[in-house]
Design a protein around this ligand. Structure first.
Ligand code: B1M
Length: 213
């Protein structure tokens, strides 16, 4: 069993989407539990990709390619996870704030969070405060994640937090913010709970917040 799990792990780290899908199919056919495939091979591989990114041994393109392999594997695994009733770690409502159309970084954050076992409800780009509020009401997530790439759209993060407060939902969620112009000082100023500099630390911090390793 360890051989096939290693194969999945290596395929994801190497960004081999086809190889990942085939190895996941082989593991399922061999009777390996879906949760074991997810936790011991797939999430572990994405954690390794995140570590390599943080120490500067892999870069955004490699991370995107690994995330694509992860997605391919997840597509094969998902029906089996549902059948086995494997629950996500937690839900995250994620979006690029109003007026901002940049979604590459947000997409990476979504992929790393999914890679870490979170269910991501992606609101896309140009997501206004009312869209975040509605999504929080509907999905009851543990986290709200906001991305902004423009200095002119950063204030929308504050507006969205205020909208969550006005809706009485602020205390039900942990708010994480990020994006190239966003700083820890800005996050503190707008009363966000977490600031992450990159996609990998976003996933790591979210897990740490829930006391998961
Ligand atoms: Co735009 N753009 N852009 N752009 N664009 C920037 C951001 C800019 C810095 C370029 C520049 O002038 N040097 C500049 C912003 C200046 C500023 O405000 N300080 C800029 C501008 C001005 C504009 C327009 C206004 C240009 C114009 O039309 N005059 C316009 C605005 C449109 C709008 O949004 N309303 C515009 C448009 C575009 C395109 C549509 C052409 C395109 C976006 C395509 C797309 O996303 N689908 C685009 C692009 C590609 C860029 C650059 C070149 C690259 C952004 C990117 O994808 N980076 C960018 C210049 C640059 O950054 N060097 C630029 C790669 C990505 C992986 O990194 O998004 O930082 P990033 O995400 C990181 C972290 O920030 C973090 O994790 C990610 C991965 O590690 N992170 C989070 C992100 N979100 C997070 C959330 C978290 C945690 C971490 O928690 C929830």
């Amino acid at each position: 069993m360890q051989d096939i799990l290693n194969e999945i792990y290596d395929s994801i780290v190497d960004g081999d989407a086809q190889g990942t899908a085939e190895a996941v199919k082989a593991a399922l056919a061999a009777g390996v539990a879906p949760a074991t495939i997810l936790n011991d091979a797939m999430i572990a591989a994405m954690a390794e990709v995140g570590r390599l990114f943080e120490v500067g041994e892999c870069f955004v393109p490699e991370m995107l390619i690994a995330a694509r392999a992860m997605k391919q594997g997840l597509a094969v695994l998902k029906p089996h996870l549902v059948a086995a009733n494997v629950q996500p770690v937690a839900k995250v409502v994620l979006g690029t704030v109003r007026g901002d159309l940049h979604d590459i970084g947000k997409g990476l954050v979504a992929m790393m969070l999914e890679g870490a076992g979170f269910e991501v409800i992606d609101l896309g780009v140009d997501a206004g405060p009312e869209k975040f509020v509605e999504a929080v009401r509907q999905h009851r997530p543990a986290f709200v994640g906001m991305s902004a790439l423009l200095t002119t759209t950063m204030p929308q993060m504050r507006t969205t937090i205020q909208a969550l407060e006005a809706a009485g939902l602020r205390d039900s969620v942990t708010v994480m913010v990020g994006g190239a112009p966003v700083t820890p000082a800005f996050a503190e100023e707008i009363h966000a709970d977490l600031y992450a500099a990159d996609a990998s630390s976003a996933a790591r911090l979210a897990k740490a917040w829930l006391n998961l390793s």
